[in-house]
Design a protein around this ligand. Structure first.
Ligand code: NAD
Ligand code: 3PG
Length: 526
């Protein structure tokens, strides 16, 4: 992919100083401004190409839309639920995170909360500070031999499991994606949630917050648990329904809760925090020197790699772009975009495309179907030289305008890209390739060019019946408009007509001057 120009970055939260240093060492101007109000951020964001946040900055659609130059939102951490990723994608902005930088710290805090719950450590500490010596009140229970249910067996879930196994806990779990044989290899037996709830002495959740995980532990699931079950939420507020948790604590169905995260942070409603069987932290899972140093460094390096076109790591909304960072991909992206623009010009379509079908031919393009189809859609949807769609938002924009995009790959001796579009029941087709590092057009609507057409500069396409006078007349029109002919290519005849392409020094002021000479004509700059 072409490097994304990132010159100015705003860091809106307390991110490790190494982030700023790395960005500055790579020529990026960095401004740090913390605790801005939403209005202040909206006013400020237009001055930046990038924004780096942790979890406290709510990067809402109105902030994203105010960022006219924004190209990248970097999350120095894991959860991106504070970023409106859909709004960013629509605006063509890459969102990236550093998902493994704080895994160990979050897992360790989870283990600390589990241990604290078993021995009432925070309550005992407070009682000591109060001058008491209460040995009876804080009778605990061993973790040894107890069952720990882990909901969400990703990075943190796995680290929690292996650590708590060393205390002799039996670890069971549930995850819809992690295969049971994988979790079994690190000692977690998977089962359905229905089977899991009644077996657990402790439950800890490690999923992202999304509709399917909101309220995972609720009145119904608490009712299925052992009486006195203890729960930990070090993932996101709301995965354990807060009102249901309070009810379960009050009834004794839940024997204790360790909470690092809340639906509202800081929580205005203090009922849970103040409950005697709740121990809580102000979202400290990632607050270690090591985690912050990792996340700060990783997000800075990821942004630098993206901006220099080296690699795309950690993007959560632009998977299709990952393979576009290989050294050869740049010219193929240009090809896809140029072919889209050629078909757009030659169909002169003011009507929406119904279907777009991109076929990547040849072994080496096997992983390129994603970015080739996005690039072709960029070309088809681009309206002029102004900032238009890009590889991040092309497919969502196509879907929004009712265009169906299909992409596939076929084995072929030579590498090529075939782009077919349908407009109003008519089909148009272009075939192109990259030859000697230059994107070229090989075929247009069934007519094969005798010489590949380099897709660069100002191009004039026209279709007409072959005749010697035709070319003289067309060059006459060019000369009259002081336009120089720079290259020429003609296709083989298809149904008695041929496509011609001329490289020209500038676009014709009035392409209508060719009207009486040709059947179809289009010009564009690529
Ligand atoms: N408290 C903190 O400071 C802190 C620090 C780091 C991460 N986190 C949070 O911890 C959570 C987990 O982080 P991670 O790095 O392990 O993420 P991860 O992506 O590695 O793992 C999440 C797992 O949840 C699973 N999952 C998704 N839907 C599920 C469902 N309905 N039921 C069960 N499992 C489901 C996924 O398949 C995945 O395996 C995230 O929400 C993250 O934001 C909090
Ligand atoms: O998802 C995360 O990475 C954690 O919740 C940490 O958030 P923080 O960076 O705001 O501490």
């Amino acid at each position: 992919m072409a490097p994304v120009s990132v010159k100015r970055i705003l860091i809106s939260e307390s991110v490790d100083p190494c982030c700023k240093t790395i960005l500055q060492e790579n020529g990026v101007e960095v401004t740090e401004k913390q605790q801005m109000t939403k209005e202040e951020l909206i006013a400020e964001i237009q001055n930046y190409d990038g924004l780096v946040v942790r979890s406290a900055t709510k990067v809402t659609a109105d902030i994203i839309n105010a960022g006219g130059n924004l190209k990248i939102i970097g999350r120095a951490g894991t959860g991106v639920d504070n970023v409106d990723v859909d709004a960013a994608t629509k605006r063509g902005i890459i969102v990236m995170n550093t998902p493994s930088g704080n895994t160990i710290s979050a897992a360790e805090l989870t283990c600390v909360l589990l241990m604290s719950l078993s021995r009432h450590i925070p309550q005992a500490v407070m009682s000591m500070k109060d001058g008491k010596w209460d040995r009876k009140k804080f009778m605990g229970a061993e973790l040894y031999g107890k069952v720990l249910g882990i909901v969400g067996l990703g990075r943190i879930g796995k680290e929690v499991a292996t650590r708590m196994q060393s205390f002799g806990m039996k670890t069971i779990g549930y995850d819809p994606i992690t295969p049971p044989e994988v979790s079994a290899s690190w000692g977690v037996e998977q089962m359905s949630l229905e089977e899991l709830w009644p077996q657990c002495d402790y439950i800890t959740v490690h999923t992202p917050l999304m509709p399917s995980t909101t309220g995972l532990l609720n009145d119904t699931s608490f009712a299925k648990c052992k009486k006195g079950v203890k729960v930990v939420n070090c993932a996101r507020g709301g995965i354990i329904d807060e009102a249901a948790l309070l009810r379960a604590l009050e009834s004794g169905q839940c024997g204790g809760a360790g909470l690092d995260v809340f639906v509202e942070e800081p929580p205005k409603d203090r009922a849970l925090v103040n409950h005697p069987n709740v121990i809580s932290c102000p979202h400290l899972g990632a607050s270690t020197k090591e985690a912050q140093a990792r996340c700060g460094k990783e997000i800075a390096l990821q942004i630098v790699d993206m901006a220099t076109g080296k690699a795309l790591v950690g993007a959560v909304n632009a998977q299709v772009l990952v393979s576009s960072f290989s050294p050869d991909s740049h010219q193929w992206i240009l090809l896809g975009e140029s072919m889209g623009r050629v078909l757009k010009a030659c169909t002169a379509s003011k009507e929406a495309y119904g279907q777009v079908h991109v076929t990547a031919l040849g072994e080496s393009l096997k992983k390129s179907t994603g970015f080739l189809s996005s690039a072709a859609v960029v070309g088809l949807l681009t309206e002029g030289p102004q900032k238009g769609p890009n590889l991040v938002n092309a497919l969502p924009l196509a879907a929004e305008t009712g265009i169906t995009v299909q992409a596939d790959h076929k084995d072929n001796e030579c590498e090529a890209c075939v782009l077919e579009v349908s407009v109003n029941g008519r089909s148009y087709k272009a075939v192109g390739s990259v030859q000697a590092g230059v994107p070229v057009l090989l075929e247009l609507n069934g007519s094969v060019f005798r010489q590949p057409v380099p897709l660069t500069g100002h191009l004039l396409f026209f279709k007409a019946a072959n005749s010697t006078e035709l070319l003289l007349s067309v060059t006459g029109v060019l000369a009259a408009a002081s336009v120089e002919l720079q290259s020429f290519s003609a296709s083989t005849a298809c149904s008695g007509e041929q496509w011609y392409c001329m490289g020209i020094s500038s676009l014709l002021g009035d392409i209508g001057a060719l009207k009486s000479l040709v059947k179809e004509a289009a010009q564009l700059t690529v």
